[in-house]
Design a protein around this ligand. Sequence first.
Ligand code: NAD
Ligand code: WQD
Length: 354
Amino acid sequence: MARLLITGGAGFIGSHTCLVLLNAGHDLVIFDSFVNSSHFALERVAHLCGISSCEQNIRMKIIKGDIRDQVALKNLFTDATDEDRPIEAVIHFAGLKSVSESINNPMLYWDVNVNGSRCLISTMNKFACTTLVLSSSATLYGAPKSIPIAETASIQPINPYGKTKAAIEQMLSDLKGVNNNWRIASLRYFNPVGAHPTGHIGEDPLDTPHNLFPFLSQVALGKLKLLKVFGGDWPTPDGTCIRDYIHVMDLAEGHLYALDFLLGNSPEMIILNLGSGIGHSVLEVINSFKKTTGKDIPYEIVARRPGDASIAVADPSKAKEKLGWSTTRTLSEICQDGWNWQVTNPNGYSERIV
Ligand code: NAD
Ligand code: WQD
C-alpha cells in the first residue's frame, strides 16, 4: 500500500476519495488550505474508517497549507522522506471551481489553479515523485458538437475556470514530453453529486449554492423558496438541459482505479472522462428527487442561464476499457444519499455529529 499526498482532500470530492483510499489501505498526507472546506469533514472520514486519534498521524496526516506555497510543499515532501515514508503518488484536487467567480476574478483562478498546480508539479519533479491523478473537468469541452462526448472532442472552454483546467492538462502534457517517467491520469469529471450513504460527509457550499443539486436540496429543506429552472426551450425532449450526473462515491472509486492503473503499468499520460454515460434533464432530476424523498420542490421555468450547454453527457467507454471502472449508482441513489446528507446536516459541517 502506498503513501499518498492528497491536495484539497477536505473538499467535497476529496473527502469521499480519502475515505475510499483509506479503506483500500493507503496512508494519506492531506494538504488543504480549508478555504472552501472544513476540518470536520476529515474528522468524519476518520470516524467512518475507524481511525483512532492515535492512528491519525500515521494513516491520515493533515497539514494546512496553500499549494502556491513552495516552501510548505517542499517541507511536506522532505518530512515524508525523513519519516522514511516518502510520498509515492499525488491526487490533486486543490483548486477553485466556481464558474461565475472565475469570470469576475480570472487572475485568482489562473493563480490558484494554474500557478498552484505548477508549484505542486515542480516540487514533485524535484523529489522524483512522478505519479499524479488530476481533477480535470468536462467544462473544458465547452458547448460540445456531438453527444456523447469522447475525450477526443475539441477543447473549447468558454469561461476562465475551464481555461485553467485546459491549461493544467497542457502543462502536464508538455512536462511528459520531456520527462517520460511521469505517470499521469487527468480525470474529466462530469457533474459530481450525491453524498456518502451514511450522510456523514457530503457537499457543503459556503454560500447560496449555484449548482442544481445543492440548490434543490435546500429548496426541499425549506431553506430556499423556489428552484429556478434555467430554460424550458432547449432542444431536448422536455425542453430543459440534460447533464450526466455522477454519484460522488462512484467518482471517488474512479480515483482508486486510476491510481492502481498508473502504479501497475508503464509510465503514460491518460485522459479519461468520468461520467455515467446517462443523461438526465432538469425536470427528470426534480421528479426523481420528489419521488425518492417525498418532498415537494416548488419550481418555475425562467430564462436560460448564459454559458449553459443544452446537453453534456460523457462517453465513458475509455475509462471502462483502460481502468475497468464504470458507475454503478443510479439517479435515485444520488437523490436519496444527497437528501440524507442535507437533512442530517442542515447547516453542513457547522453542526458536529461525531
Ligand atoms: P471543493 O471546493 O469542495 O474542494 C477543493 C478543496 O481544495 C477544498 O478543500 C479547498 O479548501 C481546497 N483548496 C482550494 N484552494 C486551495 C489552495 N490554494 N491550496 C490548498 N487547498 C486549496 O471542490 P470539489 O468539488 O471537491 O472539487 C475538487 C476538484 O475537482 C477541483 O479541482 C475542481 O475544480 C474539480 N472539479 C469539480 C467538479 C464539481 O462539480 N464539484 C467538477 C469537475 C471538476
Ligand atoms: C446543471 C443543470 C443548469 C441550477 C457545473 C460547472 C462545471 C462543473 C460541474 C466543475 C444546468 C440547471 C442549475 C439552478 C437550474 N464543475 N440549473 N437551476 O453547469 O452543468 O456544471 O458543475 O468543474 O464546470 O459549470 O452544473 O449544477 O450548475 O447545472 O436549472 O438553480 O441544472 O442550467 O442545466 P453545470 P449545474
